[in-house]
Design a protein around this ligand. Sequence first.
Ligand code: AOS
Ligand code: ZN
Ligand code: ZN
Ligand code: ZN
Length: 424
Amino acid sequence: MQVEKYKLENLNEQQLQQHQRRFETLAADIKNVNSILQQLIDFQIAIPSWALGTGGTRFGRFSGGGEPRSLEEKIEDVGLLHALNGSSGAISLHIPWDIPQNAASIRALAAQHGLRFDAMNSNTFQDQPGQAHSYKFGSMQHTDKTVRKQAVEHNIEVIKYGIELGSESLTVWLSDGSSFPGQLNFRKAFERTLESLKEVYAALPDNWKMFVEYKAFEPNFYSTTVGDWGQSLNYVQKLGPKAYTLVDLGHHLPNANIEQIVALLLMDGKLGGFHFNDSKYGDDDLTVGSINPYQLFLIFNELVEGMNARGMTHASDLGWMIDASHNIKDPLEDLLQSVEAIKIAYAQALLVDTKELEAAREANDVVKAQEILQQAYRTDVRPLVAEARLRAGAALQPLQVYRSLKVRENLIKERGLKTVATGL
Ligand code: AOS
Ligand code: ZN
Ligand code: ZN
Ligand code: ZN
């Protein structure tokens, strides 16, 4: 299944007049509209390979149809998204779910779709068939040195696959922790994990980064060995300049002030990556912006401010990715919604008058500062985001095009109704 250019252009053509009317009205009120458009065009968000299939919960899994059956088909799916929205130009793989049999041909296929390989993800939270030692009681924290060694070697193998594909970063998410008080010596678990991470760090090529992801709970329900941003920061500071903290929006305890965490990690030059999703209760992995879009905007506001202050660029300094799971939606439709929500929040953050905001803050004008943020947040920037897509040669309305072209129906015809993508 491919999105044919002329079909997409025909559909754009039908919506063009209405779009232009809306865009011009909005653009008239924005000072630096062209620079904002360029930043939106440049902005790319990686799609995780595991979000392309239907996810389950521990109570069941209701498989959708036409799911990708191989790494090649996962790349094709992300290619489809990228053709529609012009903003999904990278894929993030997971080993062992996505072991490339022939790296050169996988690279060529990705290039054909205009895709890069974002962070590689290792897996020491499941036991694989034929694996010598079990991760039941942890991986890098394990009391048994041979288990820790196996986890380290797996991560080094993931780096090797990544090098073949042209990726430049490794994300380590550890499910390590404990489920009951007394089970674990916290200090020893930390020290063992640090020692293991150091061995992986030593295998990183010079141009690579390592992201250490934290998570408050699940699958362990009493303690997690990389449980919050403080612990992650502690590890990455001890590891060295190539190690960074990764923030997954769903990995905090309820009501955490994530935007403040983002600001302080950026200040320390230790924010490396992002897993976007939304959450009401825990690691719900819901569609980005579906529960708390104001928080998403506030996070982007810190990202824009902090990155400008440090002279960082989106393309080279931060890994942005979606980490989602879909158990009732068409995964591709959900991902289109997520990317759209991210771009809307980014566009709104770019509208904030930072000089005025700083002046209001310095003057302790609380009301004005709040008004400035809410003025940006309450602006309907959808025509701006659509214009950026149009200029990038993508669809004005990606979701509508997806449905008009019957993408899912075609994928089901090609791949069958009962397909199961490897993943969670
Ligand atoms: C798990 O909760 C983390 O969010 C991981 O980043 C990710 O979902 C996992 O690595 C996918 O396998
Ligand atoms: Zn994550
Ligand atoms: Zn998660
Ligand atoms: Zn999550």
